[in-house]
Design a protein around this ligand. Structure first.
Ligand code: T46
Length: 132
């Protein structure tokens, strides 16, 4: 079993170049309430290091690359994000850490709810206990 669940996007191409459309409840399998993007992450930095209690998200690496550690409390898996034509699902209660960002990495994140610090589990032992 893999923790990495991807959604493939149709890429439209014409004389102008390429285009990907992301649509709520269609190729993005939830209603999008928030969009943010992560960029300019310095070498050696590890971001994330938390799980969300209820939030569902999708991550798309628009340029560059980074790695993501996924952990459901039982299994750990590292994935490399290099493609802007698919999205990595981040379901609730999935611990995630992003690392090894290339200097040009831009990570787009779509979320099904607004920012709420109370939804974060930032302590790994608390996460493990909540998974049990
Ligand atoms: C996640 C991973 C993939 C806001 O004010 N609004 C927002 O919508 C977000 C996402 C963050 N913030 C503030 C909170 C912090 O003061 O921006 C600052 C940086 O956030 P954080 O340290 O949580 O960033 P990451 O990269 O560790 O995690 C982010 C998301 O917070 C998180 O939900 O799943 O990206």
């Amino acid at each position: 079993m893999t923790l990495a669940r991807y959604v493939d996007f149709a890429v439209r191409g014409d004389d102008l170049g390429w285009l990907v459309a992301l649509e709520a409840d269609r190729n993005v399998p939830f209603p999008i309430k928030r969009v943010y993007y992560i960029f300019g992450t310095r070498e050696g930095i590890r971001r994330g290091k938390h799980a969300h209690r209820r939030l569902t998200q999708m991550m798309v690496c628009l340029t560059g690359q980074c790695k993501v550690l996924l952990d459901d409390g039982n299994t750990r898996e590292d994935v490399v994000l290099t493609r802007n034509d698919h999205g990595l699902m981040l379901d609730p209660m999935l611990w995630h850490e992003m690392y090894d960002f290339s200097p040009d990495c831009v990570l787009l994140v779509l979320a099904d709810n607004y920012y709420d610090e109370a939804d974060y589990i930032r302590d790994y032992r608390t996460f493990k206990a909540a998974c049990a």
